[in-house]
Structure formats: structure tokens, C-alpha cells
Design a protein around this ligand. Structure first.
Ligand code: NAD
Length: 246
């Protein structure tokens, strides 16, 4: 797909990988929908960067774990741009806030609703536009934690494994005109690592074959590759510095 002029929705693009990815798609000539839940300042910063590139941009507050807000998000996209071509489901709670054995039902539901049901509900809305125009791409954000070994975040890992399965099965359902894939990042030093000690940070890198962090731009590279490539569907691409190598 030629990315010039395409409308891209990136959920959770007020920080981290989502923010960098939004700016990178703008550099490719896309029109961008920036979504945030609470961090309006972060959302505005992303918009500012996109404005500097001279691209059209829409900022929408919406909590992807709430179905009514998902519908509101896509209604705003329709009003501004009339359609959308690429959906990047990036928003997520990045790990179990409360260890599984102590977690309440609400803790678990909150994470699953955000990390798994959110992408499902956003994809449903996006597919309506894509089916009408006869093409489109959905790219989900998985994680190395969605692979066989999930670390200590039991609910997060199960949700990301669900994202992998969702991506593959949905890819079959919406073929041949719509492609669905996932990008599974390894350790990317976003704000979620800010409170960790040097020893903890080093221990992550030790687990990779390349002995390094993955950058936000390297994850964005994979999103852009999958958006351009028309021959791939149902794939999970690991951008993980070799973490998942056995
Ligand atoms: P981040 O916290 O900066 O990004 C997550 C974004 O999602 C934030 O902007 C947050 O506000 C938003 N968000 C959370 N709940 C939301 C909701 N209900 N509705 C709308 N937005 C919501 O962290 P990040 O590291 O950039 O994470 C981005 C994605 O990458 C996530 O899907 C995460 O699981 C995945 N990931 C990150 C790493 C890593 O090491 N950083 C590794 C593997 C996967």
C-alpha cells in the first residue's frame, strides 16, 4: 500500500511507541488520528510534532476499554476524514499492576478490557470503513510476553497471547481485502521502566541475544513495513533483540 494521504488511527499515541509511530506515519505522508485516554499534554505534543510536518491530524480523547468511547472515537474519525485505512492498536496497560494472585476481578477485567477487548472493539469499527472501501490494514501491538513464556505479568501475557490469536484468526475472516498482523516488541525503554533500578534494567538486556534495548523507532519501522506490505497477513513480527530466540 502506498501510504501517502492514508488515514491512520493509532490508539494510545500520547506517549512511547504510539507517539513515535504516529510521527513516523506522518513522515510517510499519512493523515493521523492521535488518541489519548488521560494524558492530554502528551497527545498535544504528538499533534505539535505532526503539525510541524505539515500533515493533517485529529486529536481524540477515548478510553479504548469502554465500548461507547470506541464508537465515539471512530465517529470523530468519520466526521473529520470520511474514512480510515490503517488501524494500529497500540494502547495498553503495559503489565499487571497488581500481581495475579493478589489481583481483584476488577484489576483483571481492567487489563483484559484494555489490552485485548480494546483492540477487538476498535478493529470492529475500523473494518466497517475498510470493507466499504475494499482495503485496509490492522496492526496490533503484541509483546514478547505473548509468546510461550510470559514473565511475571500473568494477565498481561495472556492478553497479548490473545492479541496474537485474534490477529491470526481475524486475518482469515477479513481476507482477501484486509490484512491483519501484529508487532511484538521486546524491551523498549519507555516511561514504564523509569522507576526500575539499574540492576533490574540490566537484567532485561541480559536476556536478549543482541544485548541491547529495542528503540521506539525500530518498532515503528515494523509497523510501517506491515502497512506498506500487501503480501503478509496473520503474522506476528518480533522486534525483540533476539529475546525469543531459543
Ligand atoms: P506507554 O505506556 O507509553 O504506551 C501505552 C499507551 O496506551 C499510553 O499512551 C497510555 O496512555 C495508553 N492507554 C492505556 N490505556 C488506555 C486506554 N484504556 N485507552 C486509550 N489509551 C490507553 O508504553 P509503551 O511501552 O509505549 O507501550 C506501547 C505498546 O507496546 C503497548 O501495547 C505495550 O503493551 C507494548 N509493548 C511495550 C514494550 C516495552 O518494552 N515498552 C514491550 C512489549 C510490548
Amino acid at each position: 500500500m502506498n501510504l501517502k494521504g492514508k488515514v491512520v488511527v493509532i490508539t494510545g499515541s500520547s506517549s512511547g511507541i504510539g507517539k513515535t509511530t504516529a510521527i513516523r506515519f506522518a513522515k510517510e505522508g499519512c493523515k493521523i488520528v492521535v488518541n489519548y485516554k488521560n494524558n492530554i499534554l502528551g497527545g498535544e505534543e504528538t499533534v505539535k510534532e505532526i503539525n510541524k510536518l505539515g500533515r493533517e491530524v485529529l486529536l481524540v480523547q477515548a478510553d479504548v476499554s469502554k465500548p461507547a468511547e470506541v464508537i465515539k472515537l471512530f465517529k470523530k474519525v468519520e466526521k473529520k476524514f470520511g474514512t480510515l485505512h490503517i488501524l494500529i492498536n497500540n494502547a495498553a496497560i503495559p503489565n499487571d499492576k497488581v500481581p495475579y494472585l493478589e489481583a481483584s476481578y476488577e484489576d483483571i477485567i481492567d487489563l483484559v478490557n484494555t489490552d485485548l477487548i480494546g483492540p477487538m472493539m476498535c478493529s470492529k469499527e475500523a473494518i466497517k470503513f475498510m470493507q466499504k472501501q475494499g482495503f485496509g490494514k490492522i496492526i496490533n501491538t503484541s509483546s514478547i510476553r505473548g509468546a510461550e513464556h510470559g514473565g511475571r505479568s500473568v494477565v498481561y501475557a495472556a492478553s497479548k497471547a490473545g492479541v496474537n490469536s485474534f490477529s491470526k484468526t481475524l486475518a482469515k475472516m477479513v481476507s482477501p481485502n484486509i490484512q491483519v498482523n501484529a508487532v511484538a516488541p521486546g524491551f523498549v525503554k519507555t516511561r514504564n521502566y523509569d522507576k526500575l533500578t539499574k540492576e533490574q534494567l540490566d537484567s532485561f538486556i541480559e536476556q536478549t541475544y543482541l544485548k541491547r534495548w529495542v528503540t521506539e523507532d525500530e518498532v515503528a519501522d515494523a509497523f510501517i513495513f506491515l502497512a506498506k506490505n500487501d503480501a503478509m497477513t496473520g503474522q506476528v513480527i518480533y522486534v525483540d533483540a533476539g529475546f525469543t530466540l531459543k
